[in-house]
Design a protein. Sequence first.
Length: 136
Amino acid sequence: MTASTTQSTTLTGRMIIAGVPVFGAGAQIHGIDPSTGRDLEPAYGHGDNNDVEKACVAAADAFADYRATSSETRAQFLETIADNIAALGDTLIERTVAESGLPLARITGEVGRTTGQLRLFASVLREGSWNGARID
């Protein structure tokens, strides 16, 4: 199991299924700017039943490998997710503000909260008390 720390900050309208960018086969959908009512670009292809099935199969296939990983590997995985979210920077924040109508400070805080929680969970994995082991 590997996790990429390289993130594109260009919105493509694709979802990722089993590591592969896929434009959904369903109708195209847009985010909407609530302050103007205008569609945001790019359009996203709505995932259909086939896309959902592929994603579920990929998740089921990945489960055994992930389950066999160490706490350290899982901690690194969570930190990589946090790093990737943070690396999206202004692209993520600006798009979320545009789609939600929430203020910049709120979204910036939410990104910090989310990445902070992922890093906290990583530290708990490393610390180990979550598994209930006791030495009497």
